[in-house]
Design a protein around this ligand. Structure first.
Ligand SMILES: O=c1[nH]c(=O)n([C@H]2C[C@H](O)[C@@H](COP(=O)(O)O)O2)cc1CO
Ligand SMILES: [Zn+2]
Length: 161
């Protein structure tokens, strides 16, 4: 028998799957975001999800979306994309690809561009009409970062641990 197995995961399914799994670690009750950074030859370099910085307890800092700014999550949470970039301790991310479950905001776009990431694959784009995402796309376009939406295959991946 010299035929390879059929139905194996594509690269995009594999890396978006890893990004989704990473997002499942998030404590955010509303949006769990995961990111996976991959080299141009398809080796996983880093992962991240949205959460509070080290030392900032998930039980003490607020997860609220509304209220006094200091009592909402927005001033404290580190986005998955930034966590994935900062988690990488191996040197340069020049030319790397990022898989992320939610389209990056403008602040993450700055970090992606400055880190040298050249390709972005995203899944959900639920904030597409917000100034943050419009600004993000404007910067990514100007900087020549290629981005495309992940094409969902409908494949169910189940893990029992
Ligand atoms: O690019 C992103 N990456 C990312 O990790 N996030 C995180 C921050 C928050 O924890 C959450 C967004 O919260 P909400 O959808 O409730 O506004 O997702 C949010 C964005 C915004 O697009
Ligand atoms: Zn962001």
């Amino acid at each position: 028998m010299n035929h390879k197995r059929e139905g194996y995961l594509t690269w995009d399914e594999y890396f978006m799957g890893v990004a989704m799994l990473s997002g499942m670690r998030s404590k955010d009750p509303n949006s769990q975001v995961g990111a996976c950074i991959v080299s141009d030859d398809n080796k996983i370099l880093s992962m991240g999800y949205n959460g509070f910085p080290k030392g900032c307890s998930d039980d003490e800092f607020p997860w609220a979306r509304e209220g006094e700014p200091l009592d909402t999550k927005y001033l404290y949470v580190t986005h998955s994309e930034l966590n994935a970039i900062l988690n990488y301790r191996g040197g340069s991310l020049e030319g790397a690809k990022m898989y992320v479950t939610l389209f990056p905001c403008n602040e993450c776009a700055k970090a992606i561009i400055q880190a040298g990431i050249k390709t972005l694959v995203y899944d959900c784009d639920k904030y597409a009409s917000t100034p943050s995402v419009l600004a993000s796309k404007r910067m990514l376009d100007s900087a020549g970062v290629r981005y495309y939406q992940y094409k969902r295959t409908g494949r169910e991946i189940s893990l029992t641990v």
